[in-house]
Design a protein around this ligand. Sequence first.
Ligand SMILES: O=C(O)CCC(=O)C(=O)O
Length: 363
Amino acid sequence: MTQIIKPLNVTGQANLSVINDSQWADYQRDGYLRLGQLLSPEQVKMLCDRADDLALGKIHNPGIQFQLDTGGAYEELPEAVSSFPEGTLRYRKVQGLENDELYAPLVHHSIFAEISAWHYGPHAPISIFRAMIMNKPAGQGTYLPWHQDGGDVWKLDRDPLVTIWVALDPAKVENGCVEVIPGSHKLGLLSTYGSTINDEDAVRYCLPEQRLSLEVESGHALLMHNWLIHRSGVNPSGAPRRAFTACYMDGRSLNTLTGNHFPLVFGKEKLASNLLYLDYLRSEHQSLQESVRSTQEYVHSLGQENQKLREMFKEAENYALSLEANMKVLKAQHAEAPAPANLPAPAPARKGLRGWLAGRKTK
Ligand SMILES: O=C(O)CCC(=O)C(=O)O
């Protein structure tokens, strides 16, 4: 089996061998890739005990939620809660594990940074949509129908692409391992709503000969494209089937309900620089809006002043015309009056207001 990742060393740093081109080509073709062993048996035990202790209520962490496994229909599963009234190992999910100190080093494993960079580009900051344990309790488990991981139901402004799945208990056909339709990620999301695919698509795309059960050894990891059609069965065995699963996304993704980003796990500084640019654009936008507003006010005030000037001009014109009319009357009266002897010759006729205005306009 391909061994891409060696176990974490004691300091929690991965001994990586980089995923090579031929492995990426396999992934592009199939929509999943076996990454090999990621965790040592000791690490697996520590993480299993932790998930169980959290579900049993031995450890409290307000950032973690739990979903009960009912063994009933998937559609009737209860909502996740912040704690079970009584601790139980019949849990289906323990989620929010990015907030747990023992799981956090796994969430921040550098191989996931490398995988995320391959998907979202080396400049993208990376956030975590969810990091959880999916459990099929002994002798129970809930059948998880054929589905894809994404769509409107996830309330995100863009589709995440990267899911990592790490077996904590050995996952086998007998205890409900994950089953996939290799290559089905190329179909894209079959519905905009996402999640469970409809019966028609299941009949069309999930033919028995296309199904592949992914049996995975304890501590080994899978990379799965979020659009890969997959499902998992129940667990009639006498032991739980626990797996850690985490979905990584472009750190700029937003929750469409709250407008919030998700916790950043890689490249915080990249988001910070993106946000700086965003801040710069926002403040430029604001100052441009202010300039437009004050220009509009200035235009409006000029218009008002022009109107006032037009009125004053009209008034002055009327006054001048009235003076002219008066002058004509006076002249007529003067012409009719007998001319006194020895008066100086009359001044030359003035242009009149209209002539004066006309002359002014030609300048
Ligand atoms: O662990 C399982 O049974 C299913 C996991 C799954 O659907 C996922 O990780 O997206």
